[in-house]
Design a protein around this ligand. Structure first.
Ligand SMILES: Nc1ncnc2c1ncn2[C@@H]1O[C@H](COP(=O)(O)OP(=O)(O)OP(=O)(O)O)[C@@H](O)[C@H]1O
Length: 318
């Protein structure tokens, strides 16, 4: 298992059947996606709404039947060895669903039973401790706060001690404090050797947390890189200048990626930060006889990369 990826996805296609459609043409949610999730990493799966993230995760969870392609989880093909594949992955769903009349301890015991974990091997209390819910072990699930329920979902996904944990939008709509707690939990689990896959809308957190990021858009993989490299891709910086008089023509330079007049006296220059710096840009503008009244700069981050990579319009997918 040492070099096998935790998850291996090849040419994954999912076309949802369209109700009432006679043609067999449905909604193409995944149009042939291939990538690996390396073992031991925190892997971020990002994409705009409707990109296909949930479809992909639900395929891993066995909740969505793929149309074609192969998926291996911990080396087990989900078609050929579904039980082993299922035993190797824990999924934390987006939706919170519990029977309100069970206590957290019962929720975990029942889930362990469903996974065939024998009673002596169950770690329900230990899991509750690890998600800071030990004091709620005997409370009704309905009495838990939203944040507690989310933590219980993480514990529930771990009852069979899977080597891979997948979290679908774990922090959507939760407050900053709880978000931090959830991320700490994720990092703790990862430090214990669990490979983590998560989807999130919070790019700043993905940037801080994930070792590697894949971005999908319109059902296609558009990038899959170490986070460092992805952010490093943005070699561009922007400086916005307000000048002392109307600009006749936007100054150009070979190190400028773009130079545009953004207002009568405003100039917006995108430049390659490996080649020149903001001071050089200012000096160039001044050398053309303009006085500079105001300056601001903009640093690229994952958000810029994301916008840049996902701003392409939908292609032939339909
Ligand atoms: N059961 C379904 N039947 C038909 N179309 C579906 C179904 N589920 C999802 N889709 C469509 O497939 C595409 C991908 O949806 P999916 O939920 O996987 O995207 P997502 O990236 O998870 O989006 P979000 O971030 O909004 O959850 C969307 O166009 C969606 O409308």
């Amino acid at each position: 298992m040492s070099n096998t990826p935790a998850i291996r996805i090849r040419d994954l296609v999912k076309r949802y059947a369209q109700a009432g459609s006679q043609s067999g043409e449905g909604k193409l949610a995944l149009g042939g996606v291939s990538f690996d999730v390396p073992q031991g990493q925190i892997f971020g799966l990002l994409g705009p709404n409707g990109a296909g993230k949930s479809t992909l995760i639900n395929t891993l969870a066995g909740l969505v039947m793929k149309s074609s392609g192969t998926v291996e989880i911990w080396g087990f093909d989900i078609d050929k060895e579904p039980r082993n594949a299922k035993a190797s992955i824990g999924i934390v769903p987006q939706e919170i669903v519990f029977d309100p009349f069970f206590t957290p301890l019962e929720v975990l015991d029942i889930q362990a039973g469903l996974y065939g974990v024998p009673a002596p091997a169950r770690r329900s209390l230990e899991l509750l401790k690890s998600v800071h819910l030990a004091d709620k072990a005997h409370a009704y699930a309905r009495s838990l706060s939203g944040g507690m329920k989310r933590r219980l979902l993480i514990a529930k996904a771990m009852v069979h001690t899977p080597p891979i944990l997948v979290l679908d939008e774990p922090t959507a709509g939760v407050d900053v404090e709880l978000r931090r707690l959830l991320w700490e939990l994720v990092v703790d689990l990862n430090n214990q050797g669990v490979t983590i896959v998560l989807t999130t809308h919070y790019l700043e957190e993905a940037e801080q947390l994930c070792d590697r990021i894949a971005i999908i858009n319109h059902g296609r993989l558009i990038t899959d890189q170490p986070t460092r490299d992805l952010v490093g891709m943005m070699r561009e910086k922007i400086v916005v200048l307000t000048l002392d008089r109307p600009i006749v023509a936007a100054p150009q330079h070979e190190a400028f990626v773009k130079s545009v007049i953004s207002g009568e006296r405003d100039l917006r220059v995108t430049y390659n930060k490996d080649r020149i710096n903001a001071g050089d840009v200012l000096a160039l503008v001044q050398s053309l006889g303009y006085g500079i009244v105001d300056v601001s700069t903009d640093e690229a981050d994952l958000e810029d990369v994301f916008v840049k990579l996902t701003s392409t319009p939908a292609n032939a997918l339909g």
